[in-house]
Each structure stands twice: as C-alpha cells, then as structure tokens.
Design a protein around this ligand. Structure first.
Ligand code: SF4
Ligand code: SF4
Length: 63
C-alpha cells in the first residue's frame, strides 16, 4: 500500500485555514498562522487539500 506525506510550503501558505476544514482525517492544524500537517500519518492521499489551496502551497508525496 502507498503512503502519503502532505507537505506545506510556508513561504506560500497565507493561513486561510481551508485545508484544515477540508481534510477528512484532520491532518492539519494552524500554528503561528501557518498550516502544519501534524497528523501526516493519517493522510490517505485524497488531494482535497491540494485542490482547495489557492496558493498551491500543498504537495502530497507518495511513497
Ligand atoms: S489552504 Fe493553503 S494557504 Fe490555506 S492554510 Fe492551507 S496551506 Fe495555507
Ligand atoms: S490529501 Fe486528503 S487526507 Fe491527505 S492531507 Fe490532504 S485532504 Fe487530508
């Protein structure tokens, strides 16, 4: 089975919190107005966060 690792580019993140709201398994939390994938292990690779992020700040690495 593949595993997925969400990565947030903090240079691009505007702190809109959309990814926090959209992720069905609550991967993201806000820290200092940036999104942090604190529960990265839970990611199932749906890419909803990638689609919702208007700053293109999120990438999902598959391994
Ligand atoms: S959706 Fe994108 S810009 Fe908004 S908080 Fe998440 S990573 Fe940052
Ligand atoms: S790809 Fe899906 S499960 Fe993974 S962090 Fe993004 S919204 Fe959450």
């Amino acid at each position: 089975m593949s595993s997925f690792t969400p990565i947030v580019d903090h240079a691009k993140c505007t702190g809109c919190e959309e990814c926090v709201d959209v992720c069905p398994v609550e991967v993201f939390e806000m820290e200092n107005e940036k999104s942090v994938p604190v529960n990265a292990d839970e990611c199932m690779g749906c890419e909803s966060c990638v689609e919702v992020c208007e700053s293109d700040a999120i990438t999902i690495e598959e391994s």
